[in-house]
Design a protein around this ligand. Sequence first.
Ligand code: 5GP
Ligand code: ZN
Length: 114
Amino acid sequence: MSDCLFCKIIAGEIPSDMVYEDDNVFAFRDISPVAPTHILIIPKKHISTINALAPNDAETMGNLFLAAKSIAKQEGCDEAGYRTVMNCGEAAGQTVFHVHLHLLAGRGLAWPPG
Ligand code: 5GP
Ligand code: ZN
């Protein structure tokens, strides 16, 4: 999508601190981190929100978690633990409407979240 911030990041039109890429997934450091490790893992396919998922997106979404596993190991937070979060809609705090999995680590993470 031409007017999507994250599609522009995937295309390299907007620079990012990339940490992982494969055929289907792109991951980069959040510009405004809320934890020492804060990475956004996104599908290369534009999907706006969880609400827009189609049955044939199941593999695409599963690939985000496989990437999270690899990135957590790469970042050295796999053993200590990390959190994955996907906000859906404005009330949940979604501000960029291209689905993304937040990977958070490097500090204690309270539960329940805010
Ligand atoms: P959301 O609030 O939609 O769940 O998460 C969007 C995230 O994207 C936020 O954590 C925000 O800091 C991050 N973000 C917004 N614009 C940019 C950008 O241009 N570059 C990067 N690396 N992260 C961004
Ligand atoms: Zn997009």
